[in-house]
Design a protein around this ligand. Structure first.
Ligand SMILES: *Cc1c(COP(=O)(O)O)cnc(C)c1O
Length: 409
């Protein structure tokens, strides 16, 4: 008899975005004349930069000629892209990396989801709450948790509430945990971690022989010069942290797929007997066995994002979304809402007024302003009482959405 991995049955069926779609579709069906504006999405809307498209076309043409055709490439990525990453994303910020510490991949969702399988099942996981659901669900699938309780938390996971009181950047827990997921700039709260806050996490990880998984998918949106872009800007972090970067939100690659993980040579985990084991060769072994690399044209297209023109064009995309973020943040403040984020991240985290819960306020905005948001409760129990508004979208739509919300008061 074939049995199923019953850990999958502990998962709540993909609840948040399907439920949003269901409510939006039902409302639109009853009100076909209404133009609904979506500020709920976490997907980019502007096309790929011209420099990226040009390199993409050129690489596709290379695939059409026997002389320049490429078959399987190195599983961990082509050296031309790895060198561009090391030079632009790290050396320019004073961080030195070796080529074999960078692993090019087809996305940070896959990387942050896959990485847990190289660590023991007995590890205690800590996540911020609210949280990007991938970190939690992949650990549930692996069997590191019990069932979900009535508060929506899985038994065995340490949840670190992110609230206005801690500026959405929790302190390390009192109890020892082994694997810590941090995402800054944060989805969904739009918060950032200062050098000091990250420093306390690095110190904690070093003292507790823990590892930090640092998701920096939104680093390009940082505008405050004092905020670190990489966890490796913190001294000693290479010994305790893996960093994930993605071109999805930065360069518009959500449908093109390219990202990378950094696994430093200095990073160690332990056998149950306490013997030190380097993590880098283990991740290399995992990737070369289960992954066959990102396509050559996509890696060439990604490399072009680091050319002078590419950098300018990527900056223009980010600036466009951040202008939307500014409009949303300042408008909502003007209307009397209590808002967070939107300065170093494309997300604005809005307190729902008068104690309404996040689904009630979601429904109100949909029905009264015809604006789609994302209920904070969908990201974890501590997201209750908040809504996420996304800056990804057309500026005209953002302006109209703000106009409509302003008229509600
Ligand atoms: C969008 C996003 C990513 C990027 O995922 P890709 O698979 O690279 O598209 C990673 N982490 C967070 C928190 C995100 O919101």
């Amino acid at each position: 008899m074939i049995t199923i991995n019953e850990n999958f049955m502990k998962l709540k069926a993909g609840y948040l975005f399907p439920e949003i779609s269901r409510r939006v579709a039902a409302y639109q069906k009853e009100n076909p004349q209404v133009r609904i504006i979506r500020l709920g999405i976490g997907d980019v809307t502007l096309p790929l930069p011209a420099a990226v498209i040009e390199a993409f076309h050129k690489a596709v043409a290379e695939m059409a000629e026997a002389k320049t055709f490429k078959g399987y490439g190195p599983e961990q990525g082509y050296d031309f892209l790895i060198q561009a990453v090391i030079e632009n994303d790290f050396r320019l910020r004073g961080v030195e990396l070796k080529a074999n510490e960078v692993f090019i991949s087809d996305g940070s969702k896959c990387d942050t989801g896959n990485i847990q399988e190289i660590f023991g099942l007995e590890n205690t996981i800590a996540v911020t709450d609210p949280v990007y659901p991938v970190y939690v669900d992949t650990n549930v699938m692996a069997g590191r948790t019990g069932p979900q309780n009535s508060q929506g938390c899985y038994e065995g996971i340490v949840y670190l509430p992110c609230t206005p009181a801690n500026q959405f950047t929790p302190e390390p827990p009192r109890e020892p945990v082994d694997l810590i997921y941090l995402c800054y700039p944060n989805n969904p709260t739009g918060a950032v971690a200062t050098k000091e806050a990250l420093g306390r996490w690095v110190e904690y990880a070093r003292a507790n022989k823990a590892i930090i998984l640092f998701d920096a998918a939104y680093e390009a949106f940082i505008t405050d010069a004092a905020i670190p872009h990489s966890i490796y800007e913190i001294p000693g972090a290479k010994e305790v942290a893996i960093e994930f970067r993605s071109y999805s939100k930065t360069a518009g690659f959500t449908g093109t797929r390219c990202a990378y993980a950094v696994v430093p040579q200095e990073l160690h985990a332990y056998t149950r007997a306490g013997e030190k084991v380097a993590v880098n060769p283990i991740w290399h072994r995992r990737q070369t066995t289960k992954f066959n690399g990102v396509s050559y044209p996509v890696q060439r297209a990604t490399e072009a994002a680091y050319s002078a023109a590419g950098k300018r064009q990527v900056r223009a995309l980010v600036d466009y979304y951040m202008e939307n973020a500014r409009i949303i943040r300042t408008s909502m403040e003007q209307f009397g809402y209590c808002v967070y984020g939107g300065v170093n991240a494309p997300y604005i985290w809005v307190k729902t007024p008068n104690g309404t819960n996040s689904w009630e306020y979601f429904d109100m905005l949909l029905k009264e302003a015809h604006v789609v948001s994302t209920p904070g409760a969908g990201f974890g129990p501590a997201g209750e009482g908040f809504l996420r508004l996304s800056a990804f979208g057309q500026k005209e739509n953002v302006l109209e959405a703000m106009d409509r919300i302003g008229k509600l008061a």
